[in-house]
Structures are given as structure tokens and as C-alpha cells.
Ligand binder design. Structure first.
Ligand SMILES: Cc1cc2nc3c(=O)[nH]c(=O)nc-3n(C[C@H](O)[C@H](O)[C@H](O)COP(=O)(O)OP(=O)(O)OC[C@H]3O[C@@H](n4cnc5c(N)ncnc54)[C@H](O)[C@@H]3O)c2cc1C
Length: 390
């Protein structure tokens, strides 16, 4: 099968990047997005060098550099004492070591930069404000774009409706954790928040990540703890609507400055963290899942968007040059599943280490105290130094 017409469902990180990467290979595509406007939803994102390398290849770095922050280090700190336990240098060191930047920005900022690039590209069509139901996919798409697609790329996120079309795909399941997100303006932020770092404060069964969002003049705060499952299919659910209380209790034994920080939260947003296990992504014919639709992971390694961006780059490379699409897509799935498996294992390890309690937490703190910044950075070479085929 040769791919001439591509439909992409979902204009999030995966869908927009896929359209741009395909266009770079001369392949035209049409994006279909349920939202009428791509607006300010979601939280901050850390974009690690494995992903920023793809964005740089797409020529997006100048636009991103104007809006994002490149923190100097990633710090793991105690939620009780607030003291750093260990750190990994990023900033200029990331550019030197992994040859690409480590940036932090709002999800909506990245989506906007991708959207602007896609809007100006003659090989990319876009229909906003249409939710695909997926019952008769090819006909639904043909109604919209006037032709039945040779290939549909489902980039419709963790709550994918398109996933039902892939036999053996993994369904989203609740991870047992809830993430809360809010921002604190720089002007009123407590002094213990470091504007030059991504800091993960760790404690029993919970952790809290803080980093600056220059575009918002504020710190992005994400607090993650165990909690009950509830259903939210949106990036924008407030505490009251979520039907669950803001999880202050999970941080009750923590440093009083953290408790004070949580008390400052106005309208925190809630996400139940769902993940997809190791299922199939390709239906063997003309439907492929990418990004969270294929392999949503918990944010413990901050790699969900990065994996969506890597998927997009490697998918375009696989389809380039008129390769037989079925063979190319089967190969893509096999290669990417190995990489995702390794990233998922890292996220699971971080979850175990960040949320450790009692003696395990003590051992974690001692081990981290013995590790040099250089050795911790070297542990991440396989992840951040990865060069997606592009
Ligand atoms: C608290 C938290 C923190 C995170 N931090 C990081 C981080 O620091 N770094 C990182 O790399 N990742 C992070 N992630 C993960 C990251 O946000 C996701 O992995 C990423 O957004 C996935 O991109 P996607 O394009 O696959 O899906 P999405 O971003 O969810 O996009 C899906 C798109 O599809 C559209 N859509 C859905 N259904 C339909 C339909 N039926 N028809 C048409 N359109 C549809 C949606 O409107 C949306 O625009 C974090 C996640 C959470 C929850």
C-alpha cells in the first residue's frame, strides 16, 4: 500500500508534530480536531533534548526559545526539609551533553507554536471543531475532507475513541494517582521555589514538582498523590467538578512551607492519571495510534509529550520515500514499542522512588546523596541523548 492521503485525528502534540514531520517528507495530511480553538488548557511541560531535537529540525527552536525557560538543573528535594537530595545539570549542560536544549513551557504555548507552523504549511489541511466518533471512520473522514484516507493516524490522546478500531490495543486504566496543577505568580511565590530549576519535592506516597513558566510570569506547580479514580476526558477540570477534594491531606506531614504553598492554590485543576499498557498500535491495514492514544504513561518521567513528538518524527521517516506502508508501519510499531517500554519502566521506577515511605525512603535519600550530578546525568544519556530517525 502506498500512502497518498493521510488523515490525523487530534491536533495535540502528537497530531500537530506528525503533520509537520510528514510535510517535511513531502507527505500531505489533514488534521481533524474536536476543539474549535486551541486554547489555554493543560499544565506546564518539560521538553527534554530527545524531543527538542525534533522541534529544532522542524525549525521551531527560535519561536520556542522566545517563550520558554531553560532551567539550570533538575533537583530532587526532600518534601520535609526542602533540602536538595540530588540534582542533574541541564541548561547549558543539556545543550553540551545531549546537543539539544531542555525547556519548560505551558502546553498551550507549545501547541500554539506547532499550530502556527502547521497553519502556514501548504501540505497541511485542518478542520477544527469536529469530534470524530470512529463508528465508520473512513466515511466520516471522507465527508469532511472529500476523500477516503489511505491512512488514519489516531492522535486523539489518552481517551482515544479511535483506539477501538485497533484489535489488541491497550485500554486506558487508572494508575491510582491524581495530579493537581495550579500556578503561583512569581511576585507572590514563596522564596523556597527556585526560578532556575525544575524541583521535585518527594515524600511518602506523593510528590510535588515546581518550575517557572516565563510566559505566565508564574511557577507551574503539579502535586501528585494517591487518590480515587474519577473520569475526566478534559485537560481542564476544576477541583469541584472533579468530584474529589484537593489533596491537601496527602501533604499533611510535609514541610509547613509546602502546606502554605498548597493553601495558595486558586482553582487547582485535577487529572486522574490514566495509562495504557503494552497493546497494539497498528490495525495491520490503515489505522495507526500514536502519542497518548497508543501508550499514555504517567508523568513520573515527564516524557509523554516527548514520546508523542518522537513518534511523529519516526513515523514520517518510516513512510518517507514511498515505502510500502504496511511493512513500514509494522516496523515503526515494533521499534517504538521497545523504546516506550524502556521509558515506561523508568517512569515506574521514578514513581517507586519519589513516593517511597519509611526505610525505603531513607535508603533512597542516602543513595541519592552519594550520587554525583555527572553520574545521574549519565543515567539519562539513553533517554535524552536519543536521536529519533528524522
Ligand atoms: C500533570 C501532567 C504533567 C505532564 N508533564 C509532562 C512533561 O513535563 N513532559 C512531557 O513530555 N509530557 C508530560 N505530560 C504528558 C503530556 O501532556 C501528554 O503525554 C501529551 O499531551 C500527549 O500528547 P497527545 O497529542 O498524544 O495527546 P493530547 O495532548 O491529549 O492531544 C489529543 C488531541 O486530540 C483531540 N481529540 C481527542 N479526541 C478527539 C476526537 N474524537 N476527535 C477529534 N479530536 C479529538 C483533543 O482535543 C486534543 O487536542 C504530562 C501529563 C500530565 C497529566
Amino acid at each position: 500500500m502506498t500512502v497518498r492521503t493521510v488523515a490525523i485525528v487530534g491536533a495535540g502534540m502528537a497530531g500537530l508534530t506528525a503533520a509537520l514531520c510528514l510535510a517535511r517528507k513531502g507527505i500531505a495530511s489533514h488534521l481533524i480536531e474536536q476543539a474549535e480553538r486551541l486554547e489555554e488548557v493543560g499544565a506546564g511541560l518539560q521538553i527534554s533534548p530527545n524531543a527538542s531535537r525534533v522541534l529544532a529540525t522542524l525549525g521551531l527552536l527560535p519561536a520556542l526559545e522566545k517563550r520558554w525557560t531553560e532551567p539550570e538543573r533538575i533537583v530532587i528535594a526532600s518534601g520535609r526539609s526542602l533540602k536538595p537530595l540530588a540534582h542533574v545539570p541541564v541548561g547549558a549542560d543539556a545543550r553540551r551533553r545531549w546537543h539539544a536544549p531542555y525547556g519548560v513551557l505551558h502546553r498551550a504555548t507549545l501547541q500554539q507554536v506547532l499550530f502556527e507552523a502547521a497553519s502556514g504549511n501548504p501540505l497541511i489541511g485542518m478542520t477544527l471543531g469536529v469530534r470524530m466518533e470512529g463508528y465508520d471512520r473512513a466515511a466520516e473522514i471522507a465527508d469532511l475532507i472529500g476523500v477516503r484516507p489511505d491512512l488514519t493516524i489516531a492522535a486523539d490522546g489518552v481517551w482515544s475513541t479511535m483506539r477501538a478500531g485497533v484489535p489488541g490495543a491497550a485500554n486506558a486504566r487508572f494508575s491510582g494517582n491524581i495530579a493537581w496543577r495550579f500556578t503561583i505568580p512569581f511576585a507572590t511565590a514563596p522564596r523556597f521555589l527556585d526560578p532556575r530549576a525544575v524541583t521535585a519535592f518527594v515524600g511518602p506516597s506523593a510528590h510535588l514538582v515546581a518550575y517557572p513558566l516565563t510566559e505566565a510570569d508564574a511557577f507551574n506547580i503539579v502535586a501528585i498523590h494517591k487518590g480515587p479514580a474519577f473520569i475526566s476526558h478534559s485537560w481542564d477540570v476544576h477541583a469541584g467538578e472533579a468530584g474529589t477534594a484537593f489533596g491537601l491531606d496527602a501533604f499533611s506531614g510535609w514541610n509547613k512551607d509546602i502546606a502554605a504553598l498548597l493553601a495558595l492554590a486558586e482553582k487547582p485543576l485535577a487529572w486522574p492519571l490514566y495509562e495504557c499498557g503494552d497493546g497494539r498500535w497498528f490495525d495491520g491495514k490503515d489505522l495507526l495510534l500514536i502519542g497518548d492514544a497508543a501508550h499514555a504513561t504517567t508523568p513520573f518521567a515527564a516524557q509523554g509529550a516527548a514520546m508523542a513528538i518522537e513518534d511523529a518524527a519516526e513515523l514520517a521517516q518510516a513512510l518517507a520515500g514511498g515505502a510500502d506502508a504496511r511493512t513500514a508501519l509494522a516496523g515503526f510499531e515494533a521499534r517504538r514499542r521497545q523504546r516506550i517500554g524502556r521509558v515506561r519502566a523508568r517512569a515506574d521506577f521514578n514513581r517507586f522512588a519519589y513516593h517511597a515511605r519509611g526505610p525505603v525512603a531513607l535508603v533512597r535519600d542516602i543513595v541519592l546523596g552519594l550520587r554525583s550530578a555527572e553520574s545521574l546525568a549519565a543515567d539519562l544519556d539513553w533517554l535524552y541523548g536519543y536521536r529519533p530517525d528524522i
